[in-house]
Design a protein around this ligand. Sequence first.
Ligand SMILES: [Cu+2]
Length: 382
Amino acid sequence: MSKPAQSLRSLVRPSAAALLAGTALLLAPPVRAVTDPGAGSVDPFRASAGEVVLFERDGDGGVAEAGAHHDRPDGHAPLGVMGDHLHAPGSFMLSVRAMSMHMSGLRDGTHRESSADTFARGFAVAPETMTMEMLMLGAMAGVSDDVTLVAMLPYLRNEMSHVTAGGAQFTTKSEGLGDARVGGIVRLAGAKGDGLLLGNLALSLPTGTTNAKDSTPASGGVDVRLPYPMQLGSGTYDVIPGLTYTTATPDGWSFGAQGNVRIPLETNDRGYRLGRRTELTTWVARELSDSTSVSTRLGYTRKANIHGADPLLNPNMVPTADPNRQGGERLDLLVGLNWLGQDGALKGHRFAIEFGVPVWQDLSGPQLEVDRTLVFGWQKAF
Ligand SMILES: [Cu+2]
């Protein structure tokens, strides 16, 4: 049975409110290195046409021939953040990201649990570890000064190890296309490097399967449908509205924040829909040289429990098959490195990496806890 009341529960829980307050503090305008208010002073952020040139050049922002100005490595957000910038009309960008998330050990609420605790609750199987790997292809295309289109296609590989109450261990795997996304980014106010506010809107398409199968000790060698975390897609069309803010100082600092929520529009053919997923993040980056910047980021994720249930999954067998043990909140601390080629064969190529560890997790458990996340990738505008 679906539980609409649960889905209406406020998105702003105390932890989220605290993070928003922190974000608001960080969004206070940075102190400018150039403070001369005198008449006729030249704002170093703005070209004569009123467009910002701090980050922009060629296809990566639209002010070609900007001369002395060059792209900054921190002109793009840390790699784990998407939809943080616009492209000039007629230019486009390709990107490849390789992401991984490692989970091990169980948690209920904020407390750790053992597999013995899970068996004491009556489950026959407890998950032990999970690795999620994703290869994400991305494309962006500027269609006007204020609108950029985006598309993303993920390929996923999941692996989960388990232990049974009898002590036997086994592993299940799933692999394939995930849910593709198409959407747009719209300039709401400001300009790049000088307080840019963007509206993000994406549609997630049900291209990933909800019928990933593998064999388990209980299935007698037959492939059976795997529990919710091992499925590759949601099975639903979802909308993902969001807001992104970025700004920078001429002396090499930049700041940003983004919030979005993924809202399923329907129930899938299996009889469930994933819980609403809310993400809030804020970051600070520091340019170390023309080509290198470092970043630190806080990321908050809240995932609601699943509404409805897949009748082929027995929620009493293993916690991963229980729709009411899928939700949770997590606060991650991430550090990143951006590199942008300024000349030679790698001119305009961006390489970046970002590593994260949770500093706090509160899960509808018993559920596997996240231990670390890693993303590295390449971007190039044409
Ligand atoms: Cu781009």
